[in-house]
Design a protein around this ligand. Structure first.
Ligand code: CP
Ligand code: NVA
Length: 305
């Protein structure tokens, strides 16, 4: 496996399988001493519940520790350069998890860090989320011939989902309003990988077409962290992209409902759907812990397993 986890695109299918196998093992037997004496620094430029707590608990359960650095404490690129922070932290800790506004800052950090760097969400991608998402689906369904429909914004969560589906041979239809499609560079990477695995990765502008025959419906907020000022305008633009009862009816019976959380109920998803019997949003949240522990164990080393 690569030294860092910056993008799903950098992982091979075998590496993803290895993460999943180790995550299953850790889910059954959470307490291990594989990272005893190791530490992970975590820099958050944006708020977090799941990512912060799952990494903290994950390191603890593996025998290691975490240091949480708030944006004010570090002021990446403001108080001192990203290169200097990366080289300084590398003297003390065994790994760094970063949540940044700009993906380029994460890449710059990884360039200078001499310890593994994990992407805990950037404006471009959220690889830990998509690993947990596919792991969650795999616990419940056969991934072969599976169809996922992602409805909403072509954002960071959508990008990582596209990349992992392409790698794993999972069919994915993304439906966004015009002008809010996934970034061209991500679509190109996903389509290139999909050629190898025969996954069908499609981007459309009609949510109703997208959900036809879907095994899984996935959505995320219409305005991501950092886009709060666009929130009112986006509510108008995305109003036909709500995952509600009438949209869900067009998918396969008992299609799974997914959301990375936090959710804005009444916007991208109705309360009824997210609280419905096919919603697996808290399984996704739980699996962040197990999957990230596998990533930490692999990247930060430890005893043979
Ligand atoms: N899904 C997710 O990353 O949640 P947080 O923003 O709470 O970490
Ligand atoms: N797209 C969302 C995901 C939050 C986990 C955001 O970036 O705010």
């Amino acid at each position: 496996m690569q030294r860092d986890l910056i993008s799903i695109h950098d992982l091979s299918r075998a590496e993803i399988d290895k993460i999943f196998a180790l995550a299953s093992k850790l889910k059954k037997k959470p307490l291990q001493n594989w990272l005893s004496g190791k530490s992970l620094a975590m820099i958050f430029e944006k708020p977090s519940t799941r990512t912060r707590v799952s990494f903290e608990v994950g390191m603890f359960e593996l025998g290691g520790t975490t240091i949480h650095l708030s944006p004010n404490a570090v002021q990446l690129g403001v108080r001192e350069s990203i290169a200097d922070v990366a080289r300084t932290l590398s003297c003390y800790v065994d790994g760094v998890m970063l949540r940044t506004f700009h993906h380029r800052d994460l890449v710059e950090f990884a360039r200078w860090s001499t310890v593994p760097v994990i992407n805990g969400l950037s404006d471009l991608s959220h690889p830990c989320q998509s690993l947990a998402d596919i792991f969650t689906i795999k616990e419940l369904k056969n991934l072969e011939n599976l169809k996922i429909s992602y409805i909403g914004d072509g954002n960071n969560v959508c990008h990582s989902l596209m990349l992992i589906c392409a790698k794993m041979g999972i069919n994915l239809v993304v439906a966004t309003p015009k002008g809010y499609e996934p970034k061209y560079e991500i679509t190109r990477l996903a389509k290139t990988d999909a050629k190898q695995t025969k996954a069908i990765i499609e981007i459309v502008n009609d949510p109703r077409t997208a959900v036809k025959g879907a095994d899984v419906i996935y959505t995320d907020v219409w305005a991501s962290m950092g886009q709060e000022k666009e929130s009112a305008a986006r509510k108008q633009i995305f109003k036909n992209f709500q995952v509600n009862k009438s949209l869900v009816k067009l998918a396969k019976k008992n299609a799974l409902i997914m959301h990375c959380l936090p959710a804005h109920r009444g916007e991208e998803i109705t309360d009824e759907v997210i609280e419905g019997p096919n919603s697996i949003v808290f399984d996704q949240a739980e699996n962040r812990l197990h999957v990230q522990k596998a990533v930490l164990a692999i990247l930060l080393g430890g005893k043979k397993r």
